[in-house]
Design a protein around this ligand. Structure first.
Ligand code: CTP
Length: 400
């Protein structure tokens, strides 16, 4: 089989050096990559580097190898075009259909999925001109990843950083695998909770659970790669931020509830993949609890935590919002799942069978997705991303 053909467009920003790692990941995973830098990009990383790493010729202009008509052929033959970093200038030229170099010509001739990973200073990203250009590109079917927040070129920090190359690579892989030109969750805002809450007893101890957050992160990643704006509410996870996802860190069930209620009014869907503690210690000791010789320990009294899933399902923040819960069951999986779906009042419930060696921390999952309309969608054993994609398919069919 021919290797998938990827065009890596690189525009002139300091983050161009990070595109070398993206290129490496693409070539090492069996893609035929043609790098098309802009002339300014070569101020940051030279043509020799791109050519050596890709094993392909590199040019910025349409005037080289004219007999091969590169300004048309490169775009036409591509299975994916990814522009990383995409500067404000490149986004503007792409949005306006200019064709003054090889990259912009390629963007006009490509009929495959196009991914832009913008990187620039916060002011440039937030400028109405850039925002309108991004909106135009998205309306036309391009996937424009939100920049990450963090350290920028100088000492300043803010929104505008190029997401981690490993995460951009992940988006490219997913877009290629789905083989869909237009991101089907474009224009949607989804909220996903992930991880496991920790309920503190004292400054050093907590009651927690084994949730790794991997299923929730897979939901966030897949939604972003399908074009959604994603708010990921992460409880005690150690996973890297997925590209283009707005991550809100929380610790306890009460904090998770606040974060979900804050994000939900604006969301088309809320997926509660987090393992939320049903109970928390009634009292919190501000100093470390000490053992006392000859004395039995004090019993721990627990109180109920709010049930976030039941609450947001009962009082929908927005008409037509789709709400998804998760359930981990050991026995009578389907019957317990149905009862839980009714009790919680959500639209979909992903039911996992859990046991000693299943689900927690693993890369794979197996589940049945129950619908409030009586539907039952089995998802065979496979990667957590496959389950995530099925969840988004079911959400999308309910969003109408
Ligand atoms: N959930 C929640 N708030 C809680 C507890 C759970 O929003 N305080 C959500 C979880 O995110 C998940 C679903 O509800 O989507 C899981 O339901 P839950 O009642 O926690 O399941 P179990 O604890 O397994 O319930 P039970 O003990 O009744 O089987």
């Amino acid at each position: 089989m021919d290797k998938p053909k990827v065009v890596l467009g690189v525009s002139g920003g300091i983050a161009a050096y990070k595109a070398c790692e993206l290129l490496r990941r693409l070539t090492e995973s069996g893609h035929d990559v043609r790098v098309v830098p802009t002339a300014s990009a070569l101020h940051f990383v030279g043509a020799a580097t791109w050519s050596a790493l890709s094993g392909n010729p590199v040019s910025t202009e349409v005037w080289e190898d004219v007999h091969e008509v590169p300004h048309v052929r490169i775009g036409q033959q591509a299975d994916l075009v990814v522009v990383a970093p995409a500067t404000a200038d490149t986004l503007a030229r792409a949005a306006h259909g200019l064709a003054d170099d090889l990259l912009t010509n390629t963007l006009l001739t490509a009929r495959c999925p196009v991914v832009f990973a913008p990187a620039m200073h916060t002011e440039m990203w937030e400028h109405p001109a850039t925002q309108e250009n991004v909106a135009t590109l998205r309306r036309r079917g391009a996937l424009v990843i939100e920049p990450a927040v963090g350290r920028l070129t100088g000492v300043d920090t803010g929104k505008g950083r190029l997401p981690d190359p490993a995460e951009i690579f992940d988006v490219c892989r997913r877009v290629l695998a789905r083989g869909v030109r237009e991101p089907d969750l474009a224009g949607r805002h989804v909220v996903v909770s992930a991880g496991g809450t920790r309920e503190p007893l004292d400054p050093v101890r907590f009651l927690g659970n084994r949730s790794s957050g991997k299923q929730g992160y897979a939901l966030a990643r897949t939604a972003a790669a399908r074009g959604a704006r994603v708010t990921l509410i992460a409880a005690n996870t150690t996973l890297p931020d997925p590209a283009g996802v707005d991550v809100v860190q929380v610790g306890t069930a009460v904090q998770l509830r606040e974060a979900v209620l804050k994000a939900a009014p604006d969301a088309d869907a809320v997926v509660m993949a987090a393992a939320v503690a049903d109970f928390r210690p009634a009292a919190y000791a501000t100093g470390k609890i000490k053992k006392k010789d000859g004395q039995d320990p004090e019993p721990i009294t627990l109180v109920r935590n709010p049930d976030v899933l039941a609450e947001i399902s009962a009082e929908r923040a927005r008409p037509g919002q789709v709400i998804v819960g998760f359930a981990a069951e050991t026995d009578d999986v389907l019957a317990n799942g149905r009862a839980k779906l009714e009790r919680k009042g959500c639209d979909l419930l992903v039911v996992n069978e859990v046991g000693e060696r299943r689900t927690f921390g693993s890369e794979e999952n197996e589940a049945v997705v129950l619908g409030a309309d009586g539907s039952e969608t089995p998802v065979p054993h496979g990667p957590k991303e496959a389950l995530a994609d099925t969840v988004w398919d079911l959400v999308l069919s309910r969003l109408g």
